[in-house]
Design a protein around this ligand. Structure first.
Ligand code: GLN
Length: 304
């Protein structure tokens, strides 16, 4: 199957679709991105690569990083993380406060902001140098020491992250944040600021399509059972209040970020990353979702 030809075809079709999305500007630094960039990269579990467009350009992965931080916590932490967060779809926006009050400071899942902040609280407790350990973990998935945080983006979000501070304060009031709030939020904003390309994202997620084993190193990151569960969480919670739509249209477990990136995996087969910075109203890449919908429809490569 020549996926690059399929990528080109879908890209051409999407050229005729007006992009109604908007670049995320609530984090001021993200507003500077050229919105017309578009990239896609697919890596198969047996090591084949298919790329199109700006697939080597690094961008802010934002909430996609929640999968890395969750996996790091889930793989190394002995304590029961499900006492601190739930594993149900939220059905609310990624930064919503409403449900958190009803649920007494227990986030609905690890992929909404509140849940990812609790994961950061756990990592602050459990890791010697959380930022360095996190980066080393992602680099090990890739064999690439060049990926890094962007301190300007992290600082920009810190200065404008009022809702995230509201979330962490609310959870602290319920006793679900153990550490100093500034320490936890520094880790959260830093992790969100990681920059990666579609190629790097697709490669780094490959272990989730490979029963938890990183193909290039043979390292077992998660057991097959925990890999299945992580994919299940991405399927049900990876797109906030658009998780049902993404499942319906694309039919793959995946995760989005407000930088316009989406990564999705097909267990036993491939991992695909797409990037188009303009977001729909739910904060997910407008053309990214359309692209993946066309891709799994044309190739019949969804899990359903
Ligand atoms: N850092 C962003 C925030 O907390 C991540 C949100 C996202 O990518 N959906 O708002």
């Amino acid at each position: 199957m020549n996926y690059e030809k399929t990528f080109q075809e879908i890209y051409n079709e999407l050229q005729n679709v007006e992009d109604f999305g908007h670049v995320a500007d609530y984090i001021p630094e993200l507003a500077h991105v050229d919105p017309n960039q578009f990239g896609v990269h697919l890596t198969t579990v047996d090591g084949k690569h298919y790329a199109f467009g700006d697939s080597e350009v690094r961008f802010s992965i934002q909430s996609i990083a929640k999968v890395f931080s969750f996996v790091l916590a889930y793989s190394r932490i002995k304590s029961d993380i499900w006492e601190r967060m739930d594993l149900e779809p939220a059905g609310t926006p990624f930064n919503s406060l409403v449900q958190l009050e009803y649920d007494k400071g227990i986030p609905r899942n690890p992929f909404i902001n509140a849940g990812a902040i609790v994961v950061c609280d756990i990592l602050v407790d459990e890791l010697a140098s959380p930022k360095e350990n996190m980066l080393a973990f992602i680099r090990s998935l890739l064999k690439n020491n060049a990926i890094d945080y962007n301190p300007i983006v992290a600082y920009s979000e810190k200065k404008s992250g009022f809702r995230n501070y509201a979330l962490v304060n609310l959870m602290k009031s319920f006793g679900n944040i153990k550490n100093d709030i500034d320490k936890v939020m520094d880790l959260y904003f830093t992790i969100c600021s990681i920059e990666m390309s579609c190629r790097e994202l697709s490669e780094s997620f490959l272990f989730l399509a490979n029963n938890g084993v990183v193909p290039h190193s043979g390292e077992q990151i998660l057991s097959p059972s925990r890999t299945k569960r992580t994919n299940a969480l991405m399927q049900t919670c990876g797109f906030y209040d658009e998780a049902g739509q993404f499942t319906f249209k694309v039919g793959l477990p995946g995760k989005s970020g407000v930088g316009g990136g989406i990564v999705a995996v097909h267990p036993e087969k491939y991992s695909i990353a797409v990037w188009s910075p303009r977001l729909n109203k739910k904060g997910n890449s407008y053309k990214g979702i359309l692209f993946l919908e066309e891709f799994t429809t044309k190739t019949k490569l969804s899990i359903f």
